[in-house]
Design a protein around this ligand. Structure first.
Ligand code: DX5
Ligand code: ZN
Length: 218
């Protein structure tokens, strides 16, 4: 089992000063930063693009950029996000494009790669890609907006992906994203999750340091 990782979602950070939000996470010893990229098409919202990632790098961020592309045509933007400083790029299984080719391209650009499933997508939809990815991201809300309620009917999906990982002796991380707080993070961890995206319950928490500490000692 991998060590538990907290990936604060910058979507819940201060959009007038994203560099300060990233630096705040670093100051607590956090290693990852989750970057939600939305196109107003695959999801009904817009966020930020590669220039924001470049600017965070220029401002000195050394965080592991965990980039989550919520795009209808992610394959068109892989290179831009790799060049902008992504360490890992995750793409959704739902839109029609060549998933395996896109994952291969992500790796060829020197990044780790992940595959993402929406709440309505069954786990076996990604079985054919499991040996090609570093991470499987299980959405625990319908993507598009921060601050939604965690859907605990996603726990069995996590268990299936965890069992499959053991059965095939693979080592991809299992990440959850959407409505995660300290209570449901524990349940997700018990089901096999090792990587926790937290937006609202980190950046808007009374004690973000406690969130970081609790996740790291799960
Ligand atoms: C949802 C995004 C999430 C979101 C999580 O579309 O993919 O990363 O920012 O935020 P919270 O933790 O507020 O649900
Ligand atoms: Zn996300």
């Amino acid at each position: 089992m991998h060590k538990p990782i907290l990936a604060p979602s910058l979507l819940a950070g201060d959009h007038a000063n994203l560099g300060a939000s990233a630096a705040f996470a670093s100051s607590l010893g956090i290693e990852w930063l989750h970057l939600d990229i939305m196109d107003g098409h695959f999801v009904p919202n817009l966020s930020f693009g590669p220039e924001t990632l470049s600017a965070l790098r220029k401002a000195g961020s050394k965080l592991f950029f965990d980039t989550h592309l919520m795009l209808s045509e992610p394959h068109r933007y892989i290179e831009a996000f790799a060049k902008a400083g992504s360490d890992q790029i995750s793409i959704h299984i739902e839109p029609e494009y060549n998933h395996l080719e896109t994952l291969t391209k992500i790796k060829a650009l020197g990044c780790k790669c992940g595959i993402v499933l929406n709440p309505g997508t069954p786990p076996d939809a990604v079985f054919h890609l499991l040996s090609s990815v570093d991470l499987v991201l299980v959405m625990t809300v319908q993507p598009g907006f921060g601050g939604q309620a965690f859907r605990n009917e996603m726990l069995p999906k996590i268990s299936v992906l965890h069992e499959e990982r053991k059965k095939r002796n693979l080592s991809y991380r299992i990440e959850v994203d959407g409505g995660i707080d300290l209570a449901n993070a524990k349940e997700c961890h018990a089901a096999g999750t090792d990587t926790f995206v937290i937006g609202t319950s980190f950046f808007k928490a009374q004690d973000p340091a406690l969130v970081a500490k609790t996740i790291s000692t799960l």
